[in-house]
Design a binder for this molecule. Structure first.
Ligand SMILES: NC(=O)c1ccc[n+]([C@@H]2O[C@H](COP(=O)([O-])OP(=O)(O)OC[C@H]3O[C@@H](n4cnc5c(N)ncnc54)[C@H](OP(=O)(O)O)[C@@H]3O)[C@@H](O)[C@H]2O)c1
Length: 288
């Protein structure tokens, strides 16, 4: 038998994408699992998404992650979508099987796992969410499924904000509201968990900060950011100054990748080893 030099291909499509560190955790997982998979980080412009997705079957990819700005835009180009991804209206993981593309969403589950690992209780809690894009939709649906008591959505674009509000109202029975985010917003004092799901602070705009009144963050809040790079965002720094407990986007990144790898390979990756790989990469403590 000759040695096989071929590797199974997976990866991520996004724009911007260069500094997305998912390859670090995915490649660590494949090495530890001892399976010949290669994770490729690909810059795909919005206008090229359809062609890029079509290429997956031609190139025999096992699947792909989708990130900003493709998670919602990809829906029309997929052959099927899981029930959860359909409710969320967003796909972050495409699975290629028998020449067909299936859309799944592991973002929300990844986020929930990092809250669970940090021991953050959700039942009956009030969550204020910045953003209403693909990541927001996934996180909002999972939070509602977990039994939060109230969801407040702040989003710049009214169309997207209202669409998410309607989705939540259609599928869940809890107190929800949307506020147009067109001025410096105060965070309600009774908010238990504040989540930034926008791309504000994503590399290279690492000094960007959400337009909120930082002094309305209190030490009784848990403040979460989904930004994976740089993970220690301006929002988290401001929250720490006010004594709030914080969670960065790296835990979500690791946990959603574990779920995606399971869809692509049927194997359960070692999240602890992936965490260590990311900690070595960034030279910081990583919690997942
Ligand atoms: N840690 C992880 O594992 C993980 C997983 C998924 C996503 N993410 C991160 O989540 C972020 C969002 O991704 P996505 O796929 O949800 O993107 P998306 O669908 O394009 O949504 C982007 C969101 O950010 C808002 N936004 C962007 N710039 C803004 C600004 N200057 N002021 C106010 N709002 C602004 C948008 O508001 P409008 O509707 O008004 O445009 C929208 O709500 C990205 O940074 C991505 O890296 C991280």
């Amino acid at each position: 038998m000759g040695k096989s030099y071929r590797e199974e291909l997976v990866g991520v499509f996004g724009d911007p994408i260069d500094e997305n560190p998912t390859v670090v955790v995915a490649q660590d997982a494949f090495e530890k699992l001892g399976i010949p998979y290669r994770y490729i980080t690909v810059n795909v412009k919005a206008e090229d998404l359809k062609d890029a997705l079509r290429a997956l079957t031609a190139l025999n990819f096992k699947g792909i992650h989708l990130t900003i700005p493709h998670k919602v835009a990809a829906l029309p180009y997929l052959d099927s979508i899981s029930e959860e991804a359909a409710i969320m209206g967003a796909v972050n993981t495409v699975v290629v099987k028998d020449g067909k593309l299936r859309g799944e969403n592991t973002d929300g589950k990844g986020f929930m796992k990092s809250l669970e690992n940090a021991g953050v209780a959700l039942e009956g809690k009030k969550v204020t969410m910045l953003g209403a894009g693909g990541a927001a939709r996934a996180i909002a649906v999972e939070l509602c499924r977990a039994g939060i008591g109230e969801l407040v959505i702040l989003n710049r674009s009214e169309t997207r904000g209202r669409e998410l509000l309607e989705t939540i109202r259609k599928h869940f029975d809890l107190k929800t509201s949307y506020e147009k985010w067109d001025h410096t917003m105060a965070i309600d004092a009774d908010t238990d968990i504040l989540v930034n799901t926008t791309s504000i602070g994503l590399y290279p705009d690492v000094d960007a900060r959400p337009d909120i009144v930082f002094d309305t963050i209190t030490d009784r809040m848990v403040v979460c950011d989904v930004i994976p790079n740089h993970p220690h965002t301006q929002l988290l720094k401001e929250a720490e100054k006010r004594g709030a407990r914080t969670l960065d986007g790296l835990g979500m990144l690791i946990n959603q990748c574990v779920e995606s790898i399971y869809y692509w390979t049927g194997e359960v990756a070692d999240a602890g080893s992936m965490k260590d790989a990311l900690a070595r990469e960034y030279g910081i403590d990583v919690h997942y």
